[in-house]
Write a protein that binds this ligand. Structure first.
Ligand SMILES: Cc1ncc(COP(=O)(O)O)c(C=O)c1O
Length: 392
């Protein structure tokens, strides 16, 4: 391995860092924004939170945004706002991070999985109705890797049944398809600001919505269920008075984080453009390969894949293992997204899921590896990834 590192260092002419599958991009403007807030009167619950939320609304084209301490907390808020409770069900995809479903479990609800579509790697929207029962309260589709899930087909019918759609758009800030974006055809959309995502606040997340009822519920939930709105008090209106209406949490995001988020959001389009450039390079190298199945970006003006991930499929599970180990030996820190959630020991033992329940998700998992995809990857690092893959 040291020899490989030395050769790479020699040929690339710059010092090799481990090339991760994703990482943040922070510049001086971001650092100044944070420092300015650190010097201000408010470190939390000050003006930056609303300012960041306003910018998010503008960027995502929606009426309301509620920023949370992380994306999982934001999802917890969305499930809470939906009114789901113990004994009721929500439907989601097995190919996702645990948080998409865990946040429903926090409220005592029961997870129901619907297998993926083998082309988009998203939940198979044509099959969701096979899983709906009188207990279904929420559907939580995930836009895997930044490929916007096609909710326009099903949203109207779900709404007619009183089912709330929570779009887990943790991977999809800025994504569009056929002119629609992440807040269209859902009741609430969640975005995450974890460092590997499109923009970062360190930890952080937000719910975007056009629905005032959900907006009010989310704000309460984020802050212990407490309101300070003097016009709405039920028992008293003294100036010091506040009321707790719901059992909420402390899921507040800080002003320091929001200062970073606001500064990062200014660069979001630049980041998206770079992610798409990288995807184009990978696709042009491997689009015709019989070793790797790779995906292309969209080629129409009204659609943008936000490419949080760049998934590569190998021919079978043995090849995947070899490729994974080989890339890591070569200092390329690839990852696998995701181990199907129904196969996690917690989900198996509490809900009775087992191998074979969702064959397409399991097949996808057995062959998937995510290769580096982040805006600050250099051209020579991309070339190194490509050359390493070609030698495999
Ligand atoms: C699909 C998906 N949903 C939810 C989350 C949770 O977001 P956070 O890490 O901000 O809590 C993640 C984070 O990786 C994710 O990938």
């Amino acid at each position: 391995m040291w020899i490989t590192l030395w050769i790479v260092w020699k040929t690339e002419g710059d010092f090799l860092r481990t090339i991760s599958y994703g990482r943040q991009f922070i510049d001086d403007e971001d650092i100044s924004a944070v420092v300015e807030t650190l010097k201000s009167d408010y470190l939390t619950q000050g003006p930056m939170v609303e300012a960041f939320e306003k910018d998010l609304c503008e960027y995502c084209g929606c009426k309301y945004a509620v920023a949370f301490s992380n994306g999982t907390a934001a999802l917890h808020g969305a499930y809470f706002a939906s009114g789901i409770k113990a004994g009721e069900e929500f439907i989601t995809t097995p190919i996702t991070f645990a948080a998409s479903a865990n946040a429903g479990l926090y409220l005592g609800a029961t997870p129901v999985f619907c297998d993926i579509d083998e082309n988009s790697y998203n939940i198979d929207v044509d099959r969701i109705f096979d899983f709906i029962t009188e207990k279904t309260r929420v559907v939580t589709p995930v836009s895997y890797g930044g490929n916007l899930v096609g909710l326009q087909k099903i949203y109207g019918d779900l709404s007619k049944r009183g089912i709330v759609v929570i779009h887990d758009a943790a991977h999809a800030l800025g994504a569009k398809k056929d002119g629609f974006d992440i807040v269209d055809f859902c009741d609430m959309a969640m975005v995450s600001f974890h460092p590997v995502k499109h923009i970062t606040t360190g930890e952080g997340g937000a719910i975007l919505t056009n629905n005032e009822y959900f907006f009010e519920k989310l704000k309460l939930f984020r802050n212990h269920g407490i309101t300070k709105d003097s016009d709405k008090m039920k028992f008293c209106s003294e100036p010091w008075y506040y009321e707790m209406w719901e059992l909420g949490y402390n899921y507040r995001i800080t002003d320091i984080q929001c200062a970073l988020g606001k500064s990062q959001l200014k660069k979001a389009d630049k980041f998206l453009k770079r992610r798409n450039e990288i995807a184009d390079i990978y696709y042009s190298e491997f689009g015709k390969s019989d070793k790797f199945k790779v995906i292309s970006g969209y080629k129409d003006e009204k659609s943008v894949n936000s490419f949080h991930l760049y998934p590569v499929l190998l021919s079978d599970t043995d090849e995947r293992k070899k490729f994974f180990e080989y890339m890591r030996q070569n200092n390329i820190w690839v990852q696998v997204h995701y181990i199907p959630l129904h196969l996690m020991p917690y989900y198996r033992s509490n809900f009775g899921f087992k191998e074979g329940d969702f064959p397409k998700a399991e097949d996808f998992y057995s062959r998937e590896v995510s290769i580096p995809m982040f805006p600050s990857i250099s051209d020579s690092e991309i070339q190194y990834v490509i050359d390493t893959m070609k030698k495999f």
